[in-house]
Design a protein around this ligand. Structure first.
Ligand code: SF4
Ligand code: SF4
Length: 392
């Protein structure tokens, strides 16, 4: 079980064009702008009690989670210390931020509590500013970079989250070089698609709504990720962690996925809204996926499960069931499933996934062979010329 906590719900100081959370303002019932202390304390107490692991991971996300203010987090860290001591557990915190509010005071607090920062950045300025904008429509790149400089000055480690969209997918190597030069050593990528009108059931026919213009084209995932993979496997495997690549490697080595998008079942990765409402997943904060309110639960948090999503994920169309890449892909994220004219819900990104999986399979096969010979899979770095010559 894991909780992603939304201390300010959908509120944000930016207004990125593709944000899937800002529109929740029209969908969710009116609630507090910042999570009330009673909700915070109940979460910390119940979550630490219900987790069966020795370390309890808190992920703070938004909107922009730093809008909750320094005192909110001081209170949260104090509560964590109190209840973790009670249960003999450790606590780790991660904050996913747009980076623009980071200053001396924030960095001191975050460093003091060893908080891991995830900064959302889509590449160099011309790519980042295409969609990631301020409320007045200006690019946010300069403010994000100023925040990252603060993190570097305070030696706070940070990850990056890059949304693959209609603009930056054309420039995979530019994005690669940028992230590497930035000094991030843990990269996550998220493929973007949203629809108009927004709805909670992507299995409806595509003809009944439109894909928004910022979406990554349905067949472009491989066009972006494959050049990135080839660069990484040749130069940076073992030095830079790319979550999606490591997830696929773990999968073929029989260790299970790290990315829920390609897992066989949606894990219990809940969202806690500022008003205490719990949803099955961050991507599905819609009334039908609400599990209850933390202030009114009659059983402990461990009894909650993402049952609806897991059932939806396992309901695979005929194409997926017959697909050679099913063990890697499991039909993709429920949120991305769309009926593109076949009469069945299938990942909007299927064509792009197929191209990517086909392109990396020869490399994955070599990694499996290496591990079978007790050699670390990172040794593939020295074999890339050979693999690519054999593919000519
Ligand atoms: S690649 Fe396409 S057909 Fe294959 S499992 Fe994934 S979504 Fe289904
Ligand atoms: S709905 Fe998508 S993002 Fe949410 S847990 Fe399932 S696969 Fe992951």
């Amino acid at each position: 079980m894991h909780f992603t906590i939304k201390p300010v719900s959908y509120h944000c100081n930016l207004a990125c064009d593709y944000c899937f959370y800002l529109p929740k303002g029209q969908l969710l019932p009116p609630g507090p702008k910042v999570m009330p202390e009673a909700v915070l304390e109940t979460l910390v107490r119940e979550y630490i009690a219900a987790c069966d692991s020795d370390t309890v991971y808190f992920t703070w996300q938004g909107g922009e989670p730093l809008l909750a203010g320094l005192d909110f987090y001081r209170k949260a860290f104090a509560l964590q210390a109190k209840y973790a001591a009670q249960w003999g557990k450790k606590v780790e915190n991660a904050v996913q931020t747009n980076g623009t509010l980071l200053n001396e005071e924030w960095c001191e607090l975050l460093a003091q509590h060893q908080v891991l920062l995830g900064v959302s950045i889509d590449g160099p300025q011309e790519l980042h500013d295409a969609w990631r904008k301020t409320r007045s429509g200006q690019g946010s790149f300069a403010a994000v970079m100023a925040g990252i400089e603060q993190l570097k000055r305070h030696h706070i480690p940070f990850n990056t989250l890059t949304c693959i969209n209609a603009v930056n997918y054309r420039e995979p190597l530019k994005v690669y070089r940028f992230l590497k030069d930035l000094g991030s050593t843990y990269w996550q990528f998220s493929e973007v698609v949203e629809t108009m009108p927004e709805h909670d059931d992507m299995s409806r026919p595509l003809a009944s709504y439109q894909v928004k213009p910022f979406a990554l084209p349905h067949d472009a995932y491989g066009q972006f990720m494959l050049p990135l993979f080839k660069q990484w496997v040749r130069h940076d495997i073992g030095k830079i962690v790319v979550r999606q690549f490591e997830s696929l490697i773990a999968c073929v080595l029989g260790l299970g996925h790290h990315s829920c998008v390609w897992e066989g079942c949606c894990p219990d990765n809940f969202v806690l809204e500022a008003n205490g409402d719990i949803y099955e997943c961050d991507q599905t904060v819609y009334p039908r996926y609400k599990l209850g309110n933390i202030m009114a639960l009659t059983s402990d948090l461990a009894s909650l499960h993402a049952q609806q999503l897991c059932a939806a994920k396992q309901a695979l169309c005929a194409e997926c069931q017959a697909c050679p890449y099913l063990p890697l892909c499991h039909g993709g994220c429920v949120k991305h499933r769309i009926d593109r004219g076949t009469g069945a819900a299938q990942s909007y990104f299927c064509a792009g996934y197929r191209e990517f999986f086909a392109g990396i399979t020869p490399y994955l096969n070599v990694m499996v062979q290496l591990v079978e010979q007790q050699v670390p899979y990172t040794a593939i770095k020295g074999l890339v010329d050979q693999i690519e010559a054999a593919l000519q």
